[in-house]
Design a binder for this molecule. Structure first.
Ligand code: ADP
Ligand code: MG
Length: 307
């Protein structure tokens, strides 16, 4: 099997008429960490909730781990762990009980449960027997990951796992995701932190208004960003810089400091600097910045890239 998830023309129109998914076709390679990116309201949670069986699609097909969602929803559920966006909790159960109950729901026989092992993996072994309501937000999120893994699904989907989470916990969650992936679990995560997708995901799909805007490897995506930025400090005060072909925009950062945005396909940073010097400017300081996903995203949402 090459695709862990296959979506074909997936559609969702909510009662009331909101079209949240407008024909999504995607393939998530088995064994990968796949990022589903998009601004708020793009349709990410709708897509995940359809796979999780919480929302009914109104069109298209889904296959997960080779099982068709329409024909074989039970096997889809059994092959999938979902960490929802909302922190929903049984406040009066302990983490240990929460995992045991979930294992029971999924029909995992007692002998095959691994409750303590899972709690250790998410660094909650010492909290195994406290009430879940006393856990911090970060601990609750880690408990939800353990809960999603009780039946050892080959595919794990995390919906905005690090929204509103501090840097330290974010790093810990990333490490946990990488560890599960190394153990063979295919991971899909949604995020609106571009930096997170860039750091973690091999492949990224960006959705906007219920449509796939781009679906590519992270490397390919970064190469899509055409606009590059060079900051220069010159030797004298100036209002503007001389016009140079290939420069799309100049921002004055200070009397002697300018940010120069240019299309790297038309003008390399080196050629740009040579032109500035040829125009008689004394360059006191220069720094360049490689485009990141933020730039790609802006380019895409402003319709500047053909995807
Ligand atoms: P995301 O997770 O990317 O932020 P969602 O899938 O939550 O996006 O939402 C996509 C669109 O569908 C939004 O416009 C949202 O308001 C709408 N939507 C989500 N859930 C419902 C619902 N239960 N009923 C009606 N509209 C909904
Ligand atoms: Mg969402």
């Amino acid at each position: 099997m090459t695709a862990a998830i296959h979506l074909q023309g997936l559609e969702k129109v909510y009662a009331g008429g909101k079209r949240a998914l407008d024909g999504v076709t995607l393939e998530v390679p088995a064994g990968s960490i796949f990022g589903l990116l998009g601004p708020n309201g793009a349709g990410k949670s709708t897509l995940i909730n359809i796979l999780a069986g919480l929302v009914t699609k109104t069109g298209g097909r889904c296959t997960l781990w080779g099982f068709d969602l329409d024909r074989d929803p039970r096997n889809v559920r059994a092959s999938l762990g979902v960490v929802p966006q909302e922190l929903l909790f049984d406040a009066f159960f302990t983490p240990f009980e929460t995992l045991e109950l979930q294992a029971g729901l999924f029909g995992v026989p007692r002998a095959r449960r691994r409750t303590m092992e899972l709690l250790e993996a998410v660094h909650l072994a010492d909290k195994a027997h406290v009430y879940s309501r006393t856990l911090s937000g970060g601990m609750k999120r880690r408990l939800l990951i353990a809960k999603a893994m009780v039946h050892r699904p080959p595919v794990l989907i995390l919906d905005e796992p690090t929204a509103g989470v501090d840097i330290e916990l974010r790093q810990m969650l990333w490490e946990l995701v990488r560890k599960l992936n190394r153990e063979g679990v295919t991971i899909v995560l949604t995020t609106h932190y571009l930096e997170e997708a860039e750091e973690l995901c091999e492949r990224i799909a960006i959705i906007n208004h219920g449509r796939v805007v781009v679906d590519a490897t992270t490397t390919e995506l970064l190469a899509l960003a055409h606009e590059k930025r060079v900051d220069v400090t010159i030797g004298v005060d100036a209002e503007t810089l001389p016009e140079i072909p290939g420069v799309s925009r100049v921002e004055r950062l200070g009397p002697r400091q300018f940010a120069i945005l240019h299309d790297k396909r038309m003008l390399t940073a080196g050629a740009l600097l040579a032109r500035l010097q040829a125009a008689g400017l004394d360059l006191v300081d220069v720094s360049t910045r490689e485009p990141d996903l933020e730039d790609v995203f802006l380019d895409l949402t402003r319709g500047r890239l053909a995807a």
